[in-house]
Design a protein around this ligand. Sequence first.
Ligand SMILES: Cc1ncc(COP(=O)(O)O)c(C=O)c1O
Length: 433
Amino acid sequence: MDDHRSRADELANRYRSVLPSWVKPLYAEPIVVDRGEGSWVYDLGGTRYLDFFGGVLTTMIGHSVPEVTAAVQAQAAKVMHTSTLYLSEPMIELAAEIAAVSGIPDAKVFFTTSGTEANDTALLLATTYRRSNQVLAMRNSYHGRSFSAMSITGHRSWSASSFSGLSVSFVHGGYRLRSPFRDLDDEAYTQACVADLVQIIDMTTSGDVACLIAEPIQGVGGFAVPPDGFFGAMKKELDNHQILFVADEVQTGWGRTGDHFWGYQAHGIVPDILTFAKGVGNGITLAGVVARAEVMDCIQAVSFSTFGGNPLSAAAGRATLRYVLDHDLQGNAKAMGERLRAGLDALVDGTAWLAEARGRGLMQAIEMVHPGTIEPDAARSNAVLEACKAEGLLVGKGGLYGNVIRIAPMLTVTADEIDEGLRALKAAVAASG
Ligand SMILES: Cc1ncc(COP(=O)(O)O)c(C=O)c1O
């Protein structure tokens, strides 16, 4: 056996023995990623893979981007950590830059170390501001792994516990393919979900609800997209009850959807609170919450996050955000997303076990079912995932039943790379037929 293969097997065994059983690597023979460059990663043996998942949409603008590497190295050589007890230039500058692009008026920013902690903070703000522990969330949602984030996650595979201090009601609408309203047109679908929202408020709460939290496009849920304007219609009803709207932009932020910088902008609204994480540090730990000052400042106790927005993460965040804006990566996400989607639509047309292609920009998915039904076929998505790897393409899996392939190239992806990804995916689908 090759040296690198036996080293990979050894690491896989040690991974399984020393990490929890509920943390799972992809693939029957997991890949050891040794290094990366742009849209490509290389394993220990030098085999190259086209990375269309970016470590779950987190390496957002490509591996080893010189501008980000240089910013991190320069900051590491100066000071790596100071905490919020002292004034950190990178943190303050990044907060101002994020406030400016957030679209939220009079915005303030609080940095955290993960999307989970960002969503916990959003819940803390909303429940304190509204003096209520009642929260609305979407069915098929995913918001993280703390007790409170799991309690607003409408997805059994990711809900390890139901313990929570929140009273949560789940609303229809994020995932149309498996909705009882799926056969309605966009307008009627939206109205049916708004009618459900009204009933949920009237029948399952005492009225004084803190917030509705929603992903504009459900990430873990399989890149499920509601109609444009959907959350605008929901928000009219929320406004009638002074219920805050929280946009979880952990996957949809920074231009990934192509048409917009933030996912919420497809809905003609501005959220009261938004959360971000994953891509903004291009792989360095960085996350946070944006809210208008009146909401952000409602907390009376002192609170801080030790590593939140530390100088190293903030330097990575500033370099990443600058790169996104200077290179119009939102524009690239739109153009490359359309190119990718055209290929996926053609693939779905020719394959009886693909229910649909869906998504927006560089956040696209295909869902596997038994032909002629919407019965999920997770075995087929596993086969496609493995076959993609054999073709040199890394994609993700997801969806309520693990039967969705998620495709999320770097925002810097080129037309040639999209074409190569589509070639590999078509070959994988043919091999899995
Ligand atoms: C939409 C969304 N919110 C929150 C989270 C949690 O983020 P983290 O894993 O950084 O805690 C995730 C992670 O996948 C996510 O996709």
